[in-house]
Write a protein that binds this ligand. Structure first.
Ligand code: KG4
Ligand code: ZN
Length: 340
């Protein structure tokens, strides 16, 4: 039996989890800093690091308590060491190294994106290889061909903004709070996900993504509707519910179409894949999930998404990766550094 403590502090969640190779996830606990960063319309790195420092000890302790596990019963410590905000990553990595040193236990550095790629296995251990994985969150949007645990290749990535970032930025342009994705989804549902504005579906020849043109198209649409003052950078119609619903719904349908186009292309280029997964914060979106499911069913492919709590940043996915890396003998050492 192997018990893995997972620690994740790459952005604005302080998270810890305990995974056991025989029973799976025993606990997964986090503190979200959303309320701290809300005031500023995005994550403030210095505030993020300070909050991680305050929370990491109690969060790790709570995860251990919930798993009814003593620190001395932990066999491996897995920690996110890249990519992410340097100050935030440092808190998790230093904490994990101190634990590993004091307990004389091995440490494993985990790539945050690898955590997302394998997060669907926490609830669906049956997902076949090879499969296509679309990761879509606030910091990254990429498509991967996944051959096995820890064995994956990138097929395409965003050239500019991430999909979640497009939701967050458009929400800000309409005076809506951060994070924008869940609010945009709610507004879009109120008008049955209709496409009012027909925003441009950026089409690239390869499997890359680009969302900055879409963001600009929405910006100029809002300006033309008298809803945003470009010079003063001011939201002009924050109470126009109909306008917000129409823009939100059109944006969501557009991003969903862009995802579907790229998934279709990836499946065409790799007909051998048996399944598609959608991961990251944007995978919480029920409309996008339903659209991708329909597409996959039509093509005879299985489709999987993680449980919503494992879509957004969490430590369970980090502990999961730590577990298979330990089984593969891929340990780090106390020289482990951030962003390497
Ligand atoms: O994976 P995540 O928690 O953090 C990063 O690694 O970035 O993803 C956060 C992103 C935010 O941009 C947020 O707006 C988006 O996920 N998001 C959503 C939804 N819930 C969260 N986007 C669309 N629809 C949602 N329901
Ligand atoms: Zn993430």
């Amino acid at each position: 039996m192997r018990k893995v403590l997972g620690i994740e502090t790459s952005c604005d969640e302080t998270a810890a989890a305990v995974y056991e190779n025989e029973r799976g996830i025993l606990s997964s606990f986090l503190f979200s800093q959303t309320d701290i960063h809300k005031l500023y319309g995005g994550v403030v790195p210095e505030l993020a690091s300070r909050s991680h420092l305050q929370k990491i000890n109690p969060i790790v302790q709570t995860a251990l308590d919930e798993a009814k596990t003593k620190l001395t019963d932990i066999d491996v410590i897995a920690v996110t060491n890249k990519p992410g905000l340097p100050g935030s990553l440092l808190i998790g990595v230093c904490f994990a190294k101190a634990l590993a040193y004091a307990l004389d236990k091995p440490i494993i550095g985990v790539d945050h994106i690898e955590g997302h790629i394998f997060s669907p296995y926490l609830t669906h251990p049956e997902i076949p290889f090879p499969h296509i994985c679309l990761t879509a969150s606030g910091g990254h949007t990429s498509i991967y061909l996944v051959h096995g645990f820890g064995d994956y290749e990138i097929l395409g990535t965003t050239r500019d903004d991430a999909a979640g970032e497009a939701f967050d930025k458009v929400a800000k342009l309409m005076g809506l709070p951060y994070p924008g994705g869940p609010i945009i989804e709610r507004l879009a549902r109120e008008v049955d996900f209709q496409d009012f504005c027909n925003y441009p579906r950026t089409k690239l020849d390869n499997l890359d993504f680009s969302f900055s043109g879409l963001k600009t198209a929405v910006l100029y649409d809002l300006v033309s509707k008298g809803a945003y003052d470009l010079k003063a950078r001011k939201v002009l119609k924050p109470d126009d519910q109909k306008l917000k619903q129409e823009v939100a719904s059109s944006l969501l349908v557009c991003i969903s179409d862009i995802f579907k186009n790229q998934i279709k292309k990836a499946l065409k280029a790799h007909p051998e894949v048996k399944a598609v997964t959608l991961v990251g914060g944007v995978a919480c979106n029920k409309y996008i999930r339903a659209q991708c499911l329909e597409l996959c069913e039509k093509r005879g492919k299985q489709f999987f998404v993680p449980a919503p709590k494992y879509c957004t940043d969490n430590a369970a996915m980090i502990a999961f990766v730590g577990n298979y890396k330990a089984a593969q003998g891929k340990f780090s050492d106390l020289e482990l550094d951030i962003l390497k």
